[in-house]
Design a protein around this ligand. Structure first.
Ligand code: FMN
Length: 316
């Protein structure tokens, strides 16, 4: 199982927020304060070290933990996430940890942190005051933590850790996806923008690499009017962990112009008579979804010796 361990070292809480925000997104995962870190990490395939910068005292406990427990990173995927005010300081600290764990192939990210004067201990207030006078800036709160950067980080990290290692030839993945799409006929389409989100069960038609939905209308058009990006999924009922089958598709929507050639083709492919549709006293809309990414969790891949989750990016 691809499980992620997150260890954070944070005095004032920013690092903790980062670790605990990314944890459920990276799941299966567990986040620990470095003071409570487990000594045995063999269960984890991925390790994320989240540490904040405090001058010469940065990542002290993380470094000590790695040395004391003789943690081996060679077979693990590793990410180093540094929080601080100055990216250059972060790069130096990242190099220090990379050298200690003796691993070059590591995911790294710097997240802008913040220093709130009223949270600091007396001693550290003095250090920051000295730092501010040295660089000639007012003694005030420094930096601004932006939690949307943490969500971007989580998305990239998830992609990094979940890249399948055992991948079938691309035509095998494509064929399994197409067979599944052709055998099913109902999807859940997620649309939205801002505060508006909606999941709609819909019948679909898979045709020539695209997905078509014939629809009289509905609230999904609120999302579609503002945001052409959609996500949809098609899946089998859960039976057991050995029998998983769920396809998630990301794509962009086009609303077909009524009576254009493609619109007529879709009606014909559904055996719908054009003259009957044209006589209806209301508009019949056709939503075309052009997929740009398929994520297919399918136990059959595992039975064939591959990772059970495969990704397929169609050619444009
Ligand atoms: C005493 C002290 C020293 C710091 N030294 C650095 C530093 O050398 N480089 C840097 O980029 N940020 C430095 N910072 C900024 C912190 O990294 C930033 O406030 C961070 O968000 C703190 O994370 P935390 O909330 O997880 O403790 C320092 C902050 C303090 C309080």
């Amino acid at each position: 199982m691809n499980v992620t361990l997150i260890l954070y070292e944070s005095k004032y809480g920013t690092g903790k927020v980062v670790a605990n925000t990314i944890c459920p997104i990276l799941g299966p995962a567990k986040s620990f304060d470095i003071n409570d870190a487990p000594q045995d990490v063999k269960y984890y395939s991925n390790v994320v070290l989240v540490f904040s910068l405090y001058g010469h005292n940065s990542s002290e406990k993380i470094l000590e933990y790695i040395k004391d427990n003789n943690i081996g990173f060679s077979k693990k995927r590793v990410a180093l996430v540094c929080i601080g005010l100055n990216k250059q300081d972060g790069i130096s600290e990242i190099i220090k940890i990379k050298t200690l764990i003796n691993k070059e192939d590591v995911f790294t990210e710097f997240i802008k942190g913040e220093t709130l004067i009223n949270k600091l201990t007396y001693d550290e207030k003095d250090k920051i005051k000295y730092f501010c006078s040295k660089v000639g800036i007012p003694f005030n709160d420094l930096g601004k933590f932006d939690d949307s950067k943490v969500l971007d980080l989580a998305k990239n990290l998830r992609e990094y850790f979940n890249t399948p290692q055992f991948i079938p030839p691309v035509n095998v993945t494509k064929k399994e996806i197409e067979t599944f799409l052709i055998n099913k006929n109902t999807c859940t389409l997620a649309t939205g923008y801002g505060e508006f989100v909606r999941a709609t069960p819909l019948e679909y038609e898979y045709y020539d690499g695209n997905i078509y939905i014939i629809t009289e209308g509905g609230l999904k058009f609120i999302g579609l009017s503002k945001n052409k990006k959609v996500s949809l999924c098609i899946y089998e009922n859960y039976v057991s962990m050995n029998n998983l089958c769920g396809l998630q598709i990301s794509g962009e929507v086009e609303i077909l112009q009524p009576w254009c050639e493609e619109y007529l083709d879709v009606l014909r492919s559904k055996d719908l008579k054009v003259e009957n549709i044209s006589k209806l006293p209301f508009d019949m809309n056709i939503i075309k979804i052009v997929p740009n990414k398929y994520e297919f969790l399918y136990s059959k891949f595992k039975n064939l010796g591959f990772d059970s989750k495969q990704i397929y990016i169609p050619e444009k």
